[in-house]
Design a protein around this ligand. Structure first.
Ligand code: 5GP
Length: 215
């Protein structure tokens, strides 16, 4: 975003995370439909594409060798092994979009979110909670794309993962999709009004330093 004196204000890094089946993907899809200016990062993965998934749109599907090669080049902002496959967030595209002033969304697992928090603590970390553990189970089964063994693995880790909610800035329960999306939009609005972010805004708008405001 261009401010009065041509200083580009950095975009927000919004990390949407939570257990598998909580509905992160659906929330992000809806959020992007309502806010086409947001930019969703496309992750790299070694998992095989599911039916209807497209290269470069849902994921950058790659071999384990290619993934390890990129990892060695420090190409990922974070990476994690999730249910036996590797996933990684391409660093360069995310950082350059933020620098351009775009609000960037990462839809990643909990291990990855915690790694991003270490290297980019100014990110906004949102934990998506399922309405109940029974509902979470029902959603994972409904997805229908998993083997029995992988379903069991997802249930077990989802039970453990809910405990990580305390590491996040916000928790949004995904009971009603439209309400969950509205809550995230409100979080974004609130974050953009935070004193820390407004400080940058005031400095660039006025072109003078209002240091006394922040003493
Ligand atoms: P799925 O295989 O169902 O698409 O994703 C499995 C899990 O991996 C989900 O929780 C998803 O959010 C997470 N995931 C997707 N991309 C990334 C990524 O780049 N990094 C990390 N850490 N997790 C990811």
């Amino acid at each position: 975003m261009l401010e009065n004196n041509n200083v580009v204000k950095k975009g927000l890094l919004l990390v949407i995370s939570g257990p598998s089946g909580a509905g992160k993907g659906t929330i992000c899809k809806e959020l992007l439909e309502k806010n086409p200016d947001f930019w969703l990062s496309v992750s790299a993965t070694t998992r095989a594409p599911r039916k209807n998934e497209q290269q470069g749109i849902n994921y950058f599907f790659m071999t384990k060798e290619d993934f390890v090669d990129r990892l060695a080049k420090d190409d990922f902002l974070e990476s994690a092994e999730v249910y036996g496959n590797y996933y990684g967030t391409p660093r360069e595209s995310v950082i350059s979009k933020i620098e351009e002033g775009k609000d960037v969304i990462l839809e990643i697992d909990i291990q990855g979110a915690l790694k991003v928090k270490e290297s980019y603590p100014e990110g906004v970390f949102i934990f998506i909670l399922p309405p109940s553990m029974d509902e979470l189970k029902r959603r994972i089964i409904k997805r229908g794309s998993e083997t029995e063994e992988s379903l069991m693995r997802r249930f077990k880790s989802a039970y453990k993962e809910v405990n990580y909610v305390s590491k996040y800035n916000y928790a949004v329960m995904n009971d009603e999709l439209s309400e969950a999306v509205e809550k995230i939009e409100s979080i974004i609005t609130a974050e953009k009004c935070s004193v820390e972010r407004m400080k940058e805004n005031i400095l660039s708008k006025e072109g003078i330093i209002h240091e006394q405001l922040y003493d």
